[in-house]
Structures are given as structure tokens and as C-alpha cells.
Design a protein around this ligand. Structure first.
Ligand code: SF4
Length: 323
């Protein structure tokens, strides 16, 4: 990432959000199972740069945007929560990194404070950055927040994730979050197939359990093979930066995204499942945007007899002390 590009990405525009702050996760169609996440967007963008990040194709700018009409956010949540039945799993990391600019924006703490009065809400802050972890101590009720860390192997972090925290720093930050009273989550998404992936991804899972000694402090973990809208390939090709990301053979899925062949994805998931279950057979492990067939072939179908949303809601209820 050159200096100008980094400067662009670190600029924060402040503006009002004229639309809705709260939207359901869009991944609900074409036969893939969605996790039923509810997205709150207090800000967009982030100052790091991952070459696989779809946001670079999604937005027509690189900088971050912080929405300042927080009263509207609060009012919208109040109105929608009045109609909501059961537990809600929120996340703020869909259109940017939840914590990258927390020291400037305070967005995660603001969202946690707004949700504090609703006993049936759990919010996840997803990040690849670790510099702002200490600020999370200001969250009054850490039991109602999950700090999610995006994971990858050191090899993939070094070639695909510019300016992000190292694997070790992410794990140390996760341990600190647990000490502060939060539960944590680990997301292997996107996973890549390359020479040695089997060993290296398994080692990352082993490391997780060497840093987090109590598996109950891990809310959930997710797996997702690399997938992308073709528009990202087109964009990266303009600067000849589409490799090695788009070097392997990819197929077009029912949702129009390029992804690995199904047998390869199943292989990824099977291997990871085995490693996770060696450490914790009760681990809440789920697949991102995969079909029921892939769940079954990966040996994970029995985990979700009542569906993926129910599986994760049950876990959220347990964390919240509702069940
Ligand atoms: S950290 Fe997340 S939001 Fe930031 S560039 Fe990487 S994938 Fe995109």
C-alpha cells in the first residue's frame, strides 16, 4: 500500500446516514445458509488494506465514513427492538473494521452503550487490528459483546493483509479481551488453498487454544473459503494486482461469486473441523455462506438440526445467560 493510498484510507469523513443503520445480513438467498447476523453500520471503511477486500469494489472511495447522527441510530434500534422476538446477534464489521479507528470514532463503545439496555442483544466487533483493545474496557457490560478476530496463516497475512496486526498480536489481544470479561470469536474467512495450507491453518487453530485456555470464552468460530464478486477481479486486474488471489481455478457459484470447487472447500472445512474438535468437541463452529450439501459433506450437518440461525442463537443465549 503506497503512502497516498494509506492517507486516503485513513481519512475519516463525518456525515449523516440518510438511510437505515440496522439491516439484516444480505446473505439469505441462492441456497446458501446464512448465519442470520443483524448488521449495524455506524461507520464504513478502514485504514488497513486486504487485497481480497470487496469494499474496494463496493464503494467509490477509499476513505472511512463515520455517521454522526447517532440519535437516529439509537431511535431506530429502539423502534425495531420493540418488535423483535428472541435474541439478536448484531455485528458492526460488515462494511469496515469494527475497531480500527475506535480511538477516534468511539463507534464500538457507542453501539455497546446503546444496546446495553436490551437484555436480548449480543454485539460482535470484528477486527484485524489490535491497537484499540484497551479502550474496550469502557464497555460497561462485556458479557454483551463478542470481540471477533479475523484469522489467517502468517503466510497469507503477509502477502494479502497490509497494515493489519500479526497473528501473534491478534491472539494476544484476544487473550486480553477474555481477561477483560469478553467472549471472543475467530473467523477463518477467507481461507486460501496453497502449498502447505493443511498444516499451517491447523497450526493457527492449535495456537488459538494455547492462548485461550477456557474454550467457553470462545463464542464461535467460522470458516469460509475465499470467494469474491467478479468485479473485484476486474478492479485488481487494472493494476495487475489480481495475483495470487485469482491465480487458482475458481468456479462461479449460484450467487454469482467466484469460489473454490466444492470438493476443495469440503476438504478445507473437514480438515479444520477435525482440528477444532480435537481441542473442543463442543466448539460452535459454522460455515459462512455454504449449502446444506457442503455442511453435510464436511461432516458438520448434524450440528444444525434446527438450522444455522437457531444454532448460533442458542449459543448467544447461553453467553447472555438467557438459557
Ligand atoms: S481489514 Fe477488513 S475492512 Fe479493512 S481492508 Fe481488510 S477486509 Fe477490508
Amino acid at each position: 500500500m503506497n503512502q497516498n493510498y494509506s492517507q486516503d484510507r485513513n481519512y475519516i469523513e463525518k456525515t449523516d446516514n440518510k438511510g437505515e443503520f440496522w439491516k439484516p445480513c444480505p446473505g439469505t438467498t441462492q441456497g446458501y445458509l446464512c448465519c442470520g447476523y443483524q448488521i449495524i453500520t455506524p461507520l464504513t471503511g478502514c485504514g488497513m488494506y486486504c487485497s481480497y477486500c470487496i469494499l474496494q469494489a463496493y464503494f467509490d472511495h477509499q476513505h472511512q465514513v463515520l455517521y454522526t447522527n447517532t440519535d437516529d441510530l439509537s431511535a431506530e434500534i429502539e423502534k425495531k427492538m420493540a418488535l423483535w422476538k428472541g435474541v439478536v446477534r448484531f455485528g458492526t464489521g460488515e462494511f469496515g473494521d469494527s475497531l480500527y479507528s475506535e480511538h477516534i470514532t468511539g463507534a464500538a463503545r457507542m453501539v455497546a452503550a446503546i444496546l446495553d439496555k436490551y437484555p436480548n442483544t449480543l454485539v460482535e466487533f470484528k477486527t484485524k487490528n489490535t491497537t484499540n483493545i484497551d479502550l474496550l474496557q469502557e464497555i460497561r457490560n462485556p458479557r454483551k459483546a463478542v470481540i471477533g478476530f479475523s484469522m489467517n496463516t502468517p503466510a497469507m497475512i503477509s502477502i494479502l493483509e497490509c497494515n493489519t496486526a500479526s497473528l501473534k498480536d491478534r491472539l494476544e489481544a484476544a487473550r486480553t479481551c477474555v481477561e477483560m470479561g469478553f467472549t471472543v470469536a475467530f473467523h477463518f474467512d477467507p481461507m486460501f488453498v496453497y502449498d502447505g495450507w493443511e498444516q499451517e491453518y491447523s497450526e493457527v487453530v492449535d495456537m488459538i487454544y494455547s492462548y485461550i485456555k477456557d474454550p467457553q470464552k470462545i463464542a464461535w468460530c467460522s470458516l469460509g473459503g475465499f470467494r469474491s464478486m467478479p468485479s473485484l477481479k476486474t478492479l485488481l486486474k487494472q493494476n495487475n494486482t489480481h495475483l495470487p488471489l485469482f491465480s487458482g481455478e475458481l468456479v462461479t457459484g449460484a450467487d454469482g461469486k467466484l469460489r473454490y470447487f466444492r470438493p476443495l472447500r469440503v476438504e478445507l472445512y473437514k480438515r479444520m473441523k477435525r482440528t477444532f474438535w480435537t481441542h473442543d468437541p463442543q466448539c460452535t463452529l459454522y460455515l459462512c455462506m455454504e449449502s446444506p450439501e457442503v455442511w453435510k459433506e464436511s461432516g458438520m450437518g448434524a450440528q444444525i438440526p434446527d438450522g444455522l440461525v437457531h444454532y448460533l442463537n442458542k449459543r448467544a443465549e447461553k453467553i447472555l445467560g438467557l438459557s
